[in-house]
Each structure stands twice: as structure tokens, then as C-alpha cells.
Design a protein around this ligand. Structure first.
Ligand code: NAI
Length: 602
């Protein structure tokens, strides 16, 4: 009759089907529930409902409640009748089924009634804690309005007050130095098993606000919101992580509500042991090609971390590399307004940290490609200032990342005005987090030396910007090409000719790069992120700046088009990974459609 082998096989099939049907993630992972009008999905939902009734374990009374409380599952009021039955939601929702569109309109009305941006941030977090579909519906359909609320500048204020506005729904993984030896266990507590993108910080340099310890978690949360809203990466494959090694911000850690370790930052080998265990555990739990984006680490560690792990993991540092690509893209597209190719510019950086040297390195690579000359030659066009003044070869004890820009052919100078006088730059880039440092006389000097000076004040949040759009346009009589890190308003000027002109500053923010880069990495299942990928991303972004934008003086694409911009960047970046052998997946016949098929749409 039945052999033992056959009985075991039947039992195994029964077990697998049971686990599939009983699991809370099954439908969501297969996205069957997304199309409740599809007859197959309706049948599957009914089957699941019957199965659950027969086999559910003792928590069955509350299974629906827990299902509805999970923001990844919950479609809230738009849950269909079939889904309500299948997930035991009877009685847990009002009888009416309200479409996602109506819920979005309603949420926007509520959002606009809030009295300040932090209130709006909190309201949006509350929506996200209820239903990711609704949250990303709101963000996706109102990106220009919502981006400054979930990201810079509002996220800066949210991080400053994170211990006071903390939401109690678990959002991300918090690892502390005391978790050494238990990192994998902590990661396994995350409910999603298929994580593809992680943004991790240790909170040491949050925007230009300094060490905010565990409060820095607002940044991975905000960045991942943009991965989904701007890059279409499914929220269920995104994971924010905070690594708590203490904080040197004594007033913050002395606050009774501060939630992190109340000790000085751990440095040295123990710190790297935790990071190494984190990388290993991520790869073991989620896979070798899960992308790890390092974010807002202090520059004492940021460069080391990148150098240590870039060959071991699919990772990049957004402050060093993402910012570099976005700034380079702005310079490439500014050529259409200045008629000056990259290689003919003289570039002065105000700030020589992660962002400054990251941008400088990528620009040098791009110039060396343009001219076919060595990178060392290209670097001679780039000058940097830090808190001690101009970086020259006469300076002692320079940090490693600054050495390549310590030129011989300059005398020391400490003020920006003097350095502008000496170097005569055509491009001035601010990444110092020193607000107001691009003074009237500095900008006027740039204006006197250049027909169309390029001035990028990239420091975040807005309160840390080197100058405002209004200052830059007014002091150059509307001749400068201006971009800022955080959004700034358009400015209408009456030009010397009597003509009135409205200029729109570009937002030189890495949000233009990382979502598309991440999507491309996911599509190719890349094993590493090489510098060439960032050059490819920068060029892909620059190519998408339309004439309409340039006419307004904006060297970046329209913010509302970010999703299609990201898809294009992803395609070119993935193509690059396939061509250089950094991909572990087979190249699809139609890469454009494949990338589109990966993109989540609520
Ligand atoms: P960092 O701490 O690594 O570097 C800051 C640099 O500014 C250091 O070289 C420091 O010496 C210099 N500096 C400080 N005071 C100065 C002064 N008085 N004069 C001249 N230089 C001075 O910080 P990081 O990561 O480079 O970030 C700097 C700023 O850039 C932050 O505000 C950050 O938010 C912003 N940023 C903007 C991005 C964007 O997408 N627009 C992305 C990454 C960073």
C-alpha cells in the first residue's frame, strides 16, 4: 500500500502547505492580496481562511487583530471583504470600504491642518505605523510637499527631539555595543525575512547637527522612506538600523527620556568588532547582496568603515559617495548654462570632511576621464578649506582623506574671502555646516570673477546652509547657478535690464541618487559598489535635467519626477554591474521592464 517514503513525502507536503497558509507573511510576500479582484487570489484567500479555521493555533482569537496592527499588512479601511474574511478581521473595521485615494486625500487635509512641520512629521509617522500602503500613497502622490517633512530639514528637528516624540511601533533594529555576540539574534527578531536594503547609522554626525546618539535613528527611517517613495523599493524589504555605542552629547544623554546608552562613545577595536559582526550577520540572515548604506557616521570612522567593508559587502557611504554623485551631476548639467566643461573649472570646497572629499574624489575621477589624464593631475583643479583654513602642503598632521588636496602652489590663508581671492574659483561648494559662511563679500567676489559662478551651499538642514537662495541670486544679480542641500524657495529678481526673472534653486541632495542606485544594485544583485557605478549614476541623473528646469536655473530634475528618474538611474547602474561582472543574477532580456516590475506601487 503506502511505503514509508511515500508517507513521509505526503507529511512533508502537508507541512509545507500548512506553513504557507498559516503564516502571516505568505500572502503579502506573494503579493496575492494586492489584487483582490483576481479570481485566483479570491480563491486563495478563501482557502487560507478555511485552512486557518481548521488548523490555527491558540492565538487564533487575536490573529486578525495582530494582522491589522502590522503596518506592512494593513490596508486599513480599503481592505476588501474577502481579505477581511481571510485574515479574521470581522468586527475590527467599520463596514464601509474606503478607497486608498479617498484615504490619501483625507490624510493630506489633516496633514495641512497641522500647525508646524514637526507636528506634520509626527502625523505622517502615525500613518506609517498604521499602514505602509497609505503612508507611501500619501508620499508618492505629494512628494514635493511631503519630502521636506519626512527628510531634510524636518527630520533634523525630529532627531533632536526623537526621545520626546518616540513612536512605540517597532521601526527598525537597535543594536548596542552590549549586543556583541547577539547581533544575528537581534536581526532575526525583525519580522521580515527578505531584507534587501539597510540604512545604518551610529548617530555621530546627524546632518550638520553633530552627535545625536540613538536619536539619529530618524535618519535611516527617513532615508528608507525615500528609497520607497522615490525609488519604488518595497517597504517590506527595507530595514533601518541604529548602532548605539554611546554618545558624547552630554546634555542629550542626561535627559531623563534619552533612550540610548548614557556613556561616552566606544572607539577602536570593540567598535569595529560590533560592525564586523553586524555585516556578517546581515549577510547570513538576509543574503550576501543585501545593500548596506552607511549614513551619518562621524568622519573619524566613516572613511575607515568604508575602506574596511567595501570589498566584503554590497555597501556604500551615502555622505561620501552619494553626495559626490549628486554634486557631480549638478556640475555636469551646469555646463549647459555656463558652457564651461568640468575640466576647465577651478573648484574650491568650503569643508573637507566626508561630503567635501567624497565629492572632490569623484569630480577628480570625472575630470581625469574627460581629459584622459591621471587622477592626480585632475586633483590640481580642486582646492579645499577646513576649519583651519586652506589645505596646503605646508599644513602638518593632515587627515589621510585630505592629503591628496594639499597642494604646494598656494600660500596659507584662513578666511574664505582671502582664499577666493587667491584661488579664483569658478565653482564654490559649501559642505561645512557653517551657516552664513558664504557672505555677501565672498559671493560678490565670485560674481566679479565669473560670468556665471557656480555656488552650491549643500550643508543640511536649512539652518546650516552656507547661504540662502535669495542671498546667492541677489548678490550675483541672478547670474549664479545655485543649489542647496535642503529645499529653498524660488526667487524673483528684477535684473539690471529691467526684466523680471524667477530663479529656482536645485536641491543638490543625495535623494536624487541613492534610491536609483539602490534599485539598480537590487536588480543586478551586485556584490560590490565600485566608484564607476557612482560616475554612471551621476551622468544618468545629469542627462535627465530637462530644458524647462535649466531655463529656471535649476540643474536637477523636477522633484515630482523622482521615481522615473530613479528607474533610469537604476537601469544604467544595473547595466554597469552586469557589464563589469559585479552582478550575481542573470541579465534580464528587457532590463527596463524588469526594473519597473521590481517597483512597489501602493
Ligand atoms: P564632516 O564633519 O565630515 O565635515 C565637515 C567639514 O567642515 C570638516 O572638514 C570641517 O573641518 C569643516 N569645517 C568646520 N568648520 C569650518 C569652518 N569654520 N571653515 C571651514 N571649514 C569648516 O561633515 P560632512 O559629512 O562632510 O557634512 C558636512 C555638511 O554637509 C553637513 O551639514 C551635512 O548635512 C551636509 N551634507 C549634505 C548632503 C546633501 O545631500 N546635500 C549629503 C551629505 C552631507
Amino acid at each position: 500500500m503506502f511505503s514509508v517514503g511515500r508517507v513521509i513525502r505526503i507529511l512533508l507536503i502537508f507541512l509545507v502547505v500548512h506553513i504557507q497558509l498559516i503564516s502571516g507573511n505568505d500572502l503579502r510576500n506573494n503579493r496575492v492580496c494586492k489584487t483582490s479582484t483576481n479570481p485566483f487570489s479570491t480563491f486563495f484567500l478563501s482557502l487560507q481562511s478555511v485552512w486557518r479555521r481548521i488548523f490555527s493555533c491558540k492565538s487564533k482569537e487575536s490573529a486578525g487583530y495582530h494582522y491589522l496592527k502590522h503596518p506592512i499588512n494593513s490596508k486599513s479601511l480599503s481592505t476588501s471583504k474577502e481579505e477581511r474574511d481571510a485574515h479574521r478581521l470581522r468586527g475590527l473595521l467599520p463596514a464601509g470600504q474606503i478607497s486608498l485615494e479617498v484615504q490619501i486625500d483625507n490624510a493630506m487635509e489633516q496633514l495641512r491642518s497641522k500647525s508646524n512641520d514637526l507636528e506634520k512629521y509626527i502625523y505622517l509617522q502615525t500613518i506609517q505605523d498604521g499602514s505602509e500602503d497609505l503612508y507611501f500613497g500619501v508620499l508618492g502622490r505629494n512628494l514635493k510637499e511631503c519630502m521636506p517633512l519626512v527628510y531634510t530639514p524636518t527630520v533634523g528637528q525630529a532627531c533632536i527631539q526623537w526621545h520626546q516624540i518616540y513612536r512605540h511601533t517597532p521601526r527598525g533594529i537597535y543594536l548596542s555595543i552590549d549586543d556583541i555576540g547577539h547581533v544575528e539574534e537581534a536581526l532575526s527578531n525583525w519580522p521580515q525575512q527578505d531584507v534587501k536594503v539597510i540604512v545604518v547609522t551610529d548617530g555621530e554626525r546627524i546632518l550638520g547637527l553633530g552627535d545625536l546618539g540613538v536619536n539619529g535613528m530618524g535618519i535611516p527611517v527617513g532615508k528608507l522612506a525615500l528609497y520607497t517613495a522615490c525609488g519604488g523599493i518595497d517597504p517590506k524589504v527595507c530595514l533601518p538600523v541604529h548602532i548605539d555605542v554611546g554618545t558624547n552629547n552630554i546634555p542629550l544623554r542626561s535627559h531623563p527620556a534619552y533612550m540610548g546608552l548614557r556613556s561616552d562613545r566606544v572607539r577602536g577595536e570593540k567598535y569595529y568588532d560590533l560592525l564586523q559582526e553586524f555585516i556578517r550577520s546581515v549577510q547570513k540572515r538576509f543574503g550576501r547582496t543585501t545593500l548596506i548604506q552607511f549614513e551619518d557616521f562621524g568622519n573619524t570612522n566613516a572613511f575607515d568603515i568604508l575602506n574596511r567593508f567595501r570589498d566584503q559587502a554590497t555597501c556604500f557611504n551615502d555622505d561620501i559617495q552619494g553626495t559626490a554623485a549628486v554634486a557631480l551631476a549638478g556640475l555636469i548639467s551646469s555646463e549647459k548654462l555656463t558652457n564651461i566643461p568640468l575640466s576647465r573649472h577651478t573648484i574650491l570646497f568650503y569643508g573637507a570632511g566626508e561630503a567635501g572629499t567624497g565629492i572632490a574624489d569623484l569630480i577628480a575621477k570625472a575630470i581625469s576621464k574627460e581629459l584622459g589624464s591621471p587622477v592626480s593631475e585632475a586633483r590640481k583643479k580642486i582646492w579645499m578649506m577646513d576649519s583651519k583654513g586652506l589645505i596646503t602642503s605646508k599644513r602638518e598632521n593632515l587627515a589621510h582623506h585630505k592629503l591628496a588636496y594639499a597642494h604646494e602652489s598656494a600660500s596659507e590663508c584662513t578666511t574664505l574671502e582671502d582664499c577666493v581671492e587667491q584661488i579664483k574659483p569658478s565653482v564654490l561648494i559649501g559642505v561645512s555646516a557653517v551657516p552664513g559662511s558664504f557672505t555677501k563679500s565672498v559671493v560678490e567676489k565670485m560674481s566679479a570673477m565669473n560670468e556665471k559662478p557656480v555656488i552650491f551651499a549643500l550643508s543640511n538642514p536649512t539652518s546650516k546652509a552656507e547661504c540662502t537662495s535669495e542671498d546667492a541670486y541677489t548678490w550675483t544679480s541672478g547670474r549664479c547657478i545655485f543649489a542647496s542641500g535642503s529645499p529653498m524657495p524660488s526667487v524673483t529678481l528684477t535684473l539690471p535690464s529691467g526684466e523680471s526673472r524667477t530663479l529656482e534653486p536645485g536641491q543638490g541632495n543625495n535623494a536624487y541618487i541613492f534610491p536609483g542606485l539602490g534599485l539598480g544594485i537590487m536588480a543586478a544583485e551586485a556584490t560590490a559598489v565600485d566608484d564607476e557605478a557612482l560616475l554612471v549614476a551621476a551622468n544618468a541623473l545629469a542627462r535627465q535635467v530637462g530644458d524647462e528646469q535649466l531655463k529656471k536655473g535649476n540643474v536637477y530634475p523636477e522633484l515630482d519626477s523622482l521615481k522615473s528618474v530613479s528607474a533610469k538611474i537604476a537601469e544604467e547602474v544595473a547595466e554597469h554591474f552586469f557589464s563589469v561582472g559585479l552582478s550575481t543574477s542573470k541579465k534580464p532580456g528587457d532590463l527596463t521592464s524588469y526594473i519597473k516590475s521590481l517597483m512597489y506601487e501602493p
